[in-house]
Design a binder for this molecule. Structure first.
Ligand SMILES: [Zn+2]
Length: 496
């Protein structure tokens, strides 16, 4: 028979021993084994993260490749996967898209969501036609963790001790080359490898995932619009609006706050920063990068990860799909030889810092709003500049090829126009009336229910028009307005 003292002693030992076990990792937060990540309701330990990335590539070798971008200060791997058909080739006629998360090591939601997105894309290839089309036609890069030392600040089995900074105490989203300063000091290793990675690629659209707020943020972060006009302001607003509208199908309150009542904000109007990745990618690489602030909580409790996945899954997938809406083409000489690094200039729109360039295979991708007519010039040293007119189509990548004749180029002057030239359209519902106005003539309006049933079609020749909603049942409707030839879409809640 055990004495009472022995019993107490053994109980104490068990408590001590299990406490020690539990104190060696973040129980309830961290998966120590790859199988514990099956449901994506935890954050992986560093070793599990590496295993997962390696396994994605091993399990789907036809469409997934592991890319080592570089190493952190503490020698942890900074990795991405490339997801595409013909994954080992550079398919220059396909756009390149980039997701990158957790450059602030303690902003964890995106780290988990990116791993889940990789898994979801790979599992749905050849079963979901939208995803199959994306993988066949876009070169998708996903970097789930841009600051591993920050995330694993407390050790490879801990995320609750994570920090915003890298091991040198630097905020990496302030350390990218700045637009108006000569680079002097050496870059942080996590930044240097991302700079080298961006230089090696031709990313057309990218997003940097953060936490601490729930909102989308688009350039510039380091300038106000009047200091450096953003020629693609309207395009950015449209893609942000689509992201938020899609997320609202799951949670109508998501991303709505005082910062930006519509769910998105021009970066510097929220707060100004210099040395952020968003401005760096946009200005130096002509890549349309936005910032996605996923969750108000920095270290989001794992219990909420699934909820944030549900809200963001479709918007994240659709944003990749924006890579296939715009204008593309190749630039060749008269002998059909490709001309890399030719500059593609949208006349009366582009500034010197918003034009795009052909890649090493002579292809370009220029993202522009739907249903509009643009004059586009191709400029290359040793060739006469060629101009052509194109109409962008809804959710299509319209082809516009250029064949250049040898000669003396003529550089089109940068546009004096600003985005204020893009028409605005507003609609409000008050006193049983839907009141609509635009900065230009409203030619027509189509009002549909959320599931696409047409309620009414209106003709107009004015900047203002209205419609009585007394026969409409209360709910969310979609308005498509032709404002001066530009189709603008708004979502509105109608009530009597
Ligand atoms: Zn952040």
């Amino acid at each position: 028979m055990q004495s009472v003292a022995t019993k107490i002693l053994s109980t104490l030992l068990i408590i001590l021993f299990s406490n020690q076990l539990y104190s060696q990792y973040d129980t309830g937060y961290v998966a120590r084994d790859i199988n514990e990540m099956e449901q994506f309701n935890l954050y992986p330990s560093y070793d599990v993260y590496v295993q997962m990335m390696e396994r994605f590539a091993a399990d789907y070798p036809e469409i997934c490749q592991l890319v080592d971008i570089g190493k952190s200060v503490e020698n942890r791997r900074i990795m991405a996967v490339k997801i595409s058909d013909n994954v080992s080739d550079n398919e220059y006629d396909e756009p390149e898209f980039l997701y990158s998360s957790t450059i602030h090591g303690d902003e964890l939601c995106g780290f988990n969501l990116m791993l889940r997105l990789i898994d979801y894309l790979l599992k749905n290839y050849n079963s979901d036609s939208y995803i199959t089309n994306l993988i066949n036609n876009v070169q998708i890069y996903i970097n789930p963790l841009a600051n591993p030392d920050g995330t694993y600040n407390g050790g490879n089995l801990f995320v609750t001790k994570s920090t915003r900074y890298n091991k040198n105490g630097k905020d990496l989203n302030r350390e990218f080359p700045k637009i108006d300063e000569q680079p002097t000091e050496t870059l942080q290793p996590e930044v240097q490898c991302m700079v080298d990675f961006a230089k090696k690629h031709y990313f057309g659209i990218s997003a940097n995932l953060h936490a601490g707020s729930e909102i989308l943020n688009y350039p510039w972060d380091s300038f106000f619009a009047n200091e450096m006009p953003l020629p693609d302001n309207y395009w950015f607003v449209q893609i942000c609006k689509k992201y938020v509208d899609t997320a609202h199908l799951i949670d109508p309150e998501y991303m709505i706050s005082d910062i930006g009542p519509e769910g998105y904000v021009f970066g510097s109007e929220w707060y100004k920063i210099a040395g952020g990745r968003q401005d760096y990618m946009n200005y130096f690489h002509r890549c349309r990068e936005i910032t996605i602030e996923l969750s108000n909580d920095y270290i989001l409790h794992p219990d909420y990860l699934d909820e944030y996945w549900q809200k963001n899954r479709q918007p994240l997938i659709n944003l990749i799909g924006e890579s296939l809406h715009g204008v593309t083409g190749n630039v060749t000489n008269l002998y059909g030889e490709t001309i890399p690094n030719a500059e593609i200039i949208v006349i009366d729109k582009d500034k010197a810092y918003s034009t795009v360039f052909t890649n090493a295979g002579g292809y370009y991708f220029r993202y522009l709003p739907n249903d509009s007519i643009y004059e586009i010039a191709a400029y290359a040293e040793g060739y006469e500049t060629a101009n052509q007119v194109v109409r962008t189509e809804k959710e299509q990548l319209v082809t516009l090829n250029f064949m250049l004749k040898e000669g003396v180029p003529d550089y089109p002057l940068p546009s004096e126009k600003t985005d204020a030239d893009e028409p605005l359209f507003t609609a409000i519902c008050t006193g049983g009336k839907l009141q609509m106005s635009s900065t230009t003539t409203i030619n027509s309006v189509v009002l549909t229910t959320y599931d696409g049933r047409i309620v009414t079609k209106l003709q107009s020749k004015s900047t203002k028009t209205e419609y009585s909603v007394n026969n409409c049942s209360q709910g969310v409707y979609v308005i498509k307005a032709d404002c001066g030839g530009r189709i603008l879409t708004n979502k509105i809640f109608l009530s009597k």
